[in-house]
Design a protein around this ligand. Structure first.
Ligand code: FES
Length: 211
């Protein structure tokens, strides 16, 4: 049976807004959906004076609902401050589209997760995080659960690609269940560095391959 989409979902899917890349983006994040393995990459450009999002673009490797939600969520955040953008949820995006079928909710969650990850990364990167809690093992795992294995679209925690993590004295050491000749090793390494390097109390990240 075909999935019942609203007219607006179909419009945004057929002619999505804000598709593409921002070359000099302040942040770029790739997020994968644990539900389906689809992925989305989001770029933000922020005015450092006003903290307003002056440009936002996305690339989706997902389904029609994901493309439509990413299209509308990028429309919603454009011109908003980074703090306002943080409060936009998948529900806001789904509502703005006139609703999504329940089976497709995870697709809008994926777009919203990418937005929230990008906002968090921007705040960390620019030293704007107000609650400076010491980095814990839980925090590192939480961050790693947003690093996607491009081969499957599933994050590296769920994919059991992490052998161990150690945090202490400003140093994070991660042992991965991957060999150096794994096709996407550089992407995964880069993404881990990007997600962890702006934590305020971290000065060194070591990634060891033990696959
Ligand atoms: Fe994967 Fe929609 S089914 S994003």
């Amino acid at each position: 049976m075909p999935v019942p989409y609203t007219k607006l979902v179909i419009e945004h899917f057929k002619n999505p807004h804000n598709v593409g890349e921002i070359e000099d983006a302040d942040v770029k994040v790739t997020e994968g959906s644990p539900a389906c393995g689809d992925m989305i990459t989001l770029y933000l450009k922020v005015d450092p004076q006003t903290q307003r999002i002056v440009d936002v673009k996305f690339k989706s490797y997902g389904c029609a609902s994901n493309i439509a939600t990413a299209s509308i969520i990028t429309d919603l955040v454009k011109g908003k401050t980074i703090e306002e953008a943080k409060k936009i949820t998948w529900k806001d995006a789904a509502e703005a589209l006139g609703g999504l079928p329940p089976v497709k909710v995870h697709c809008s969650v994926l777009a919203a997760d990418a937005l929230h990850s990008a906002v968090d990364l921007y705040l960390e990167k620019n030293g704007l995080v107000t609650e400076k809690e010491p980095t814990t093992l839980e925090k590192v795992y939480e961050k790693l659960s947003h690093v996607t294995n491009p081969e499957t679209g599933i994050d590296i925690v769920k994919s059991r690609l992490i052998k161990s993590v150690n945090v202490g004295n400003g140093i994070i050491t991660i042992k991965l269940n991957l060999a150096s000749d794994f096709q996407f090793i550089d992407n995964i390494r880069e993404e881990i560095q990007e997600r962890l390097q702006y934590l305020w109390d971290i000065k060194e990240i070591n990634i060891l391959l033990e696959g």
